[in-house]
Design a binder for this molecule. Structure first.
Ligand code: OAD
Length: 240
C-alpha cells in the first residue's frame, strides 16, 4: 500500500494536502476531538469558540487563546510539517497545502503560502467593524485590549463556529480540490465543514484520496487507501 501511494505521489501532476490538528499532535499541540487529550474533551466549544461566548465573557475567552498561543509558541514543527515544506520546495507549484490549523506550524516549517482556512492564532483583529478611532498602535491594554476611545475589543483572528471562512483561502482550496489528481487528508477528524467537504470535492472530480490518520474518519468512504500511522511517520515516508 505504501509503495502504491509513493508512486501516486511521484506521478501526480498536482497534489492537494488537507491537514488538521493531528498533523501537529507530535509537536505537542493538543487536538480537538481525541477522546482523552482533545481540547473539546475538556472544554465546551460553545463557551470558547463562538462570537456570542466572546461577547458574554471576553476575558475568559481571551485568556484561553493567550494560553494556547503561548503553548504553541513554545513548540516546533515536526517531521510531518517539515516533509511537506521540503516537498513544496523541491517541487514548486505542484502542491497546494490547505490547513484547518491556526497554529502556524506549517508556515514556520516553510509553507508560507499554506491556505489557512481557520485563520491564525498568532494574530488579532477587531471584534466590531473598526471606526476611525480604532488604531492598533493606540490600544488600551487589557484582557482583551480595546480601543481607548470607543471600547471596540480586539479578538483572535481565528474562525469561530458559525463564522464564514476567509473567502480567498476557501476559493483557492476549492479550486485545488477540484483540480488535483491526488489529495492527502492528514490528521483531521473530517467533522467540520466546509473543510471536510474538500475531500468529497476532490473525489467527485476524479482525484485519488489518501487518508493519513491512526483512527477511522467519516472521510474514509472516499479514500482509496487509509494509512493508519501518525503524520510525522507517514509524511516523510510518502514524500521523502
Ligand atoms: P480534530 O481534533 O477534530 O481531529 C484530529 C484528528 O487527528 C483525529 O481524527 C485524530 O485521530 C487524528 N490524529 C491524532 N493524532 C494524529 C497523528 N499523530 N497523526 C495523524 N493524525 C492524528 O481536529 P480537526 O479535524 O483539525 O476549528 O478539527 C477541525 C476543526 O475543529 C479545527 O480546525 C477547529 C476545531 O473546532 C476551529 O478552531 C475553527
Amino acid at each position: 500500500m505504501w509503495e502504491t501511494v509513493r508512486l501516486w505521489v511521484r506521478e501526480a501532476r498536482h497534489i492537494a494536502v488537507l491537514t488538521g490538528a493531528g498533523v501537529s499532535a507530535e509537536s505537542g499541540v493538543p487536538t480537538f476531538r481525541d477522546a482523552q487529550t482533545g481540547l473539546w474533551a475538556r472544554f465546551n466549544p460553545q463557551d470558547l469558540a463562538t462570537e456570542s461566548a466572546y461577547r458574554a465573557n471576553p476575558q475568559r475567552v481571551w485568556d484561553w487563546y493567550v494560553y494556547r498561543r503561548e503553548m504553541i509558541a513554545a513548540v516546533s514543527p515536526n517531521a510531518g510539517h517539515e516533509a511537506l515544506a521540503a516537498f513544496s520546495q523541491r517541487h514548486p507549484g505542484r502542491m497546494t497545502l490547505i490547513t484547518q490549523n491556526v497554529d502556524g506550524l506549517h508556515q514556520r516549517a516553510g509553507n508560507t503560502d499554506a491556505l489557512a482556512l481557520h485563520g491564525s492564532i498568532a494574530e488579532d483583529r477587531w471584534l466590531d467593524a473598526p471606526r476611525v478611532c480604532c488604531q492598533v498602535d493606540k490600544l488600551e491594554a487589557g484582557r482583551p485590549p480595546r480601543c481607548r476611545v470607543c471600547g471596540n475589543l480586539r479578538r483572535p483572528a481565528v474562525v469561530w463556529f458559525g463564522e464564514h471562512l476567509p473567502a480567498d483561502a476557501l476559493e483557492a482550496a476549492e479550486q485545488a480540490a477540484h483540480g488535483c489528481d491526488l489529495m492527502l487528508v492528514v490528521g483531521t477528524s473530517g467533522e467540520v465543514y466546509p473543510a471536510a467537504g474538500l475531500a468529497f470535492a476532490a473525489h467527485q472530480s476524479g482525484a485519488r484520496v489518501v487518508i493519513v490518520n491512526p483512527e477511522p474518519t467519516p472521510l474514509d468512504v472516499v479514500a482509496e487507501h487509509c494509512l493508519r500511522e501518525p503524520a510525522a511517520v507517514c509524511l516523510p515516508a510518502l514524500l521523502g
